[in-house]
Design a protein around this ligand. Sequence first.
Ligand SMILES: [Ca+2]
Length: 323
Amino acid sequence: MVIDTDTAQDDCIALLVGLLDPRADLRAITMVAGNVGFDQQIRNAFLTLNAAGRLGQVPVHLGCRRPLVRPWESAENVHGDGVGGMTMDMTDCDPDPEHAVDALIRLVAESPGELTIVCIGPLTNIATATAKDPTFVDNVKALYVMGGSNNARGNITAAAEFNFYVDPEAAKTVFAAGFTITVIPWAPLTLERAVFGQAQLDEIAALGTPLSDFFTRVCAATLDFDRSVGIDGTTHPDSLTTAVLLHPELITRIGRYHADVETQGELTRGYAAMSWGVHGLEPNAAVVEDVDANAFYRHIKALLQNAASPTRAVTINDFQSAQ
Ligand SMILES: [Ca+2]
């Protein structure tokens, strides 16, 4: 797999899944504009590689620094810096010189039909690769897309989930392009099945491993924000997206939909219109409707018990909480 990410909070945990799950073979990390400042996202990716003890082993390619046609909007009010104030010496933490879009095109061309791209940020890089190389769509095995809500509430607006809201034109392009797509939506799935409450967070903290400390730190700002908006725990849509690719048995219900994304709406920019088969539209995506929440939590907890330890010392600085 390749993980296309706007690295902050749960993106970091998704990268840990890609780096540490025995079933995973993570070939590259590609960066896209999204959650927090682009350069901060790069640092967050290297901090995560360090936490997994994999620094220097997986290339980080830098992609599009803004959405296709709109100014970038951040979720820094949700995530702070995305890593709870952690910093480390970034000497020799150099991104790969190849642009993320070119890397995606090359990697799937080298192994046609074999690589899945886990898309856990806005879809700008994927849409750009689709436009740049007409063979890209056919060379990709599948996209696992975290985004949108399944005819349910958004998070950045009433109608829209963040990834699709930030670059709705990219999301619309990707759904129309002919990929094999599995969607992991924000609502209701993430809100009902991928929130870790206080008892689970306490269990994770009690593991006492470097990775459990990393998890707690990375999720700190988002936990404050979630509680301020009535979500009683930390949210894990990106790590769920990565986990269901590797462990499809986590999925307990999935449906075929025609998914499209609103780009023009007065109140609904980025809304994911997911038509469930009665409107005469050909399905273009499988949408995960339910998962085994306990099994997902146990999967993440087991991952954090991993003995991996950081190769570089990490400093924890004061960080701006979402509150
Ligand atoms: Ca993300």
